[in-house]
Design a protein. Structure first.
Length: 119
């Protein structure tokens, strides 16, 4: 199984940028699809973005499309989430997730990294 550790969260002003990183260890990273999810206070966890093992399939939630970019470096076993033009509503705990390419559901999660956006 893959283990995931997120980093890069913090406090930023609205309009600013942050880059989240998620380092993976364990089974071959390159065969896993990876994703980012977030959970705001008092809300359910929601999908943010995902990227397939080959980078051929990338998806974004409508709320972040055009502002966030997901990428991965299979040589470094790391997936990134570049977040630009941040808004106060982007404030949340951001989780990295992984699933084997043959599985539809993300089944491995990191511990989360907190993003706070001040207005």
């Amino acid at each position: 199984q893959v283990q995931l550790v997120e980093s890069g969260g913090g406090l930023v002003q609205a309009g600013g940028s942050l880059r989240l990183s998620c380092a993976a260890s364990g089974r071959p990273f390159s065969t896993y699809a990876l994703g980012w999810f977030r959970q705001a206070p008092g809300k359910e966890r929601e999908f943010v973005a995902s990227i397939s093992w080959s980078r051929g399939n990338i998806y974004y939630a409508d709320s972040v499309k055009g502002r966030f970019t997901i990428s991965r470096d299979n040589n470094k076993n790391t997936v990134y989430l570049q977040m630009d033009s941040l808004k106060p509503e982007d404030r949340a705990l951001y989780y990295c997730a992984a699933r084997p390419s043959s599985v539809q559901t993300f089944d491995t999660w990191g511990q989360g990294t907190r993003v706070t956006v001040s207005s």
